[in-house]
Design a protein around this ligand. Structure first.
Ligand code: 5GP
Ligand code: ZN
Length: 119
């Protein structure tokens, strides 16, 4: 998709900091990190959201997820990690190429409260 910023990140026309890549997926640092090490995992195939995702794309995407979680763990030593995916503008999606957020968590120090966290 020519007007998609994440397709441009995959083809290299928009620079990014690579975390992981294989033939099906690309992972890179979020440019506005919610916490240190905030990473996005995307399929190389342009898929708008989870509703539109073919099963094979889902399989390849989630096959890479533990590798990215462990790369983040090794690099940043967080105490925990949230994965999160917004589908549709109403749910907070702002880039319409599917992406899975990896948000490392650092005890009290990360200052982040996700909207299902009450304490
Ligand atoms: P969403 O709100 O769609 O779930 O998340 C989009 C994410 O993409 C945001 O966290 C935002 O910071 C990130 N983002 C938007 N544009 C760029 C970009 O050009 N480069 C990178 N690395 N991240 C981006
Ligand atoms: Zn795209």
């Amino acid at each position: 998709m020519s007007d998609c910023i994440f397709c441009k990140i995959i083809d290299g026309s928009i620079p990014s900091t690579k975390v992981y890549e294989d033939e099906n997926v690309y992972a890179f640092m979020d440019v506005f990190p919610l916490t240190k090490g905030h990473t996005l995992l995307i399929p190389k195939q342009h898929v708008q959201d989870l509703f539109e995702m073919p099963e094979e794309v889902a399989r390849n995407l989630y096959a890479a997820a533990p590798k990215i979680a462990n790369a983040i763990k090794a690099a940043f030593q967080p105490q925990g990690l949230n994965t999160l995916n917004n589908n549709g503008a109403f749910a907070g999606q702002s880039v319409f190429h599917y992406h899975l957020h990896f948000i490392p968590r650092y005890d009290e120090t990360d200052g982040l409260k996700l909207n299902w966290e009450t304490k």
